[in-house]
Design a protein around this ligand. Structure first.
Ligand code: PSU
Ligand code: MN
Length: 305
């Protein structure tokens, strides 16, 4: 389905790189508008773009600004978005709503994948994906990110499902929907703030080239959909799982007590865990996004040779 170009503004450096077949890495913007507070969100966004550039790839932060789907943001636009307090959180369900209404919002993993596919970008770096929330058997809270991974052919580099999610159930849904989950250099699925969860890695690859080869084979077989790379946070930046557990349990209890539901759940939990950990969770979050950006740039480079 070709997308009318008049709906999308592809930033000039991104358009040039795509045209020349040079590596491009998409970046989401809900992490900027809802995932981290200002000014750390803006600093993180700038650092992540710089890392991708240092690896020889072009960063493309995706967002909706005044109804326009932006693929790659100029520095000023990115800085402005980081300070926009009323930005929407846009997933598959509401991306077109924001565009039709001329509104501004950060794109989730799902909506960023949609934008990346429209522009022809095959690799996307983030921190954590949405997944099956703990207690989903009663709340039915399962992120649209999982469905998007099943249908949209973009490689998503994450640090594994966040421990606010039910990791085994998240992996089960991904398996059912035919989404490969590749642990990078690890026999277990990493758990975002921590390098290890108790879940064995469904698949393991140790090089960016190996990931690119896997994707190429999927393409040749005509197997649609994306894949999830789970890249463990660097050792120096990790927070032990048992330390995180207390913060997560407290944040979850607070969310229930406050009656938080729907798309507000993930931002609420992230904000509460940030407070409870005294800012430590944020430092780890920033470190792992940078680590993922580096790997994503290398995968994009391997894919473009
Ligand atoms: N996990 C994080 N930081 C984030 C998000 C998830 O560590 O900022 C964001 C991503 O944009 C993800 C979205 O796509 O939350 C998932 O939201 P939900 O669970 O409502 O689908
Ligand atoms: Mn949800």
């Amino acid at each position: 389905m070709p997308v009318p170009e008049d709906l999308m503004d592809v930033h000039a450096p991104v358009a040039e790189a795509l045209k020349a077949g040079r590596p491009v890495v998409a970046l989401e913007s809900t992490i900027i508008t809802h995932g981290m507070p200002f000014p750390q969100n803006e600093a993180m966004a700038a650092e992540v773009e710089a890392i991708i550039e240092a690896e020889g790839a072009v960063p493309a932060t995706i967002a909706v600004i005044d109804g326009r789907l932006k693929v790659g943001l100029a520095t000023e636009a990115r800085m402005k978005l980081a300070q926009t307090t009323d930005a929407l959180k846009l997933s598959r369900a509401d991306l077109a709503f924001a565009m039709a209404q001329g509104l501004t919002g950060g794109t989730t993993v799902a909506a960023t994948m949609i934008g990346a596919r429209m522009a022809g970008i095959r690799v996307f770096a983030t921190g954590g994906i949405g997944g099956v929330h703990k207690g989903a058997e009663t709340s039915f809270d399962i992120s649209a990110d999982l469905d998007e991974l099943a249908r949209t052919p973009v490689i998503v580099v994450s640090a594994g499902p966040k421990a606010i999610l039910d990791i085994p159930k998240t992996l089960e849904v991904l398996e059912t929907r035919g989404v490969p989950v590749v642990a990078y250099g690890s026999d277990v699925v990493p758990a975002f703030w921590s390098r290890r969860s108790t879940a064995p890695a469904p698949l393991r690859l140790d090089t960016a080239e190996g990931i690119a080869d896997f994707q190429r084979m999927r393409d040749r077989l005509g197997i649609g959909g994306g894949m999830l790379i789970a890249n463990p946070v660097p050792k120096a930046d990790e927070i032990a799982a048992d330390v995180m557990e207390g913060f997560i349990a407290q944040a979850q209890a607070d969310a229930q007590g406050a009656g938080v539901a729907g798309k507000a759940v993930t931002p609420y939990l992230l904000g509460r865990i940030l407070e409870l950990s005294g800012g430590r969770s944020l430092q780890t979050n920033i470190a792992l996004v940078k680590n993922n950006a580096r790997l994503a740039a290398r995968i994009a480079a391997s894919l473009s040779v």
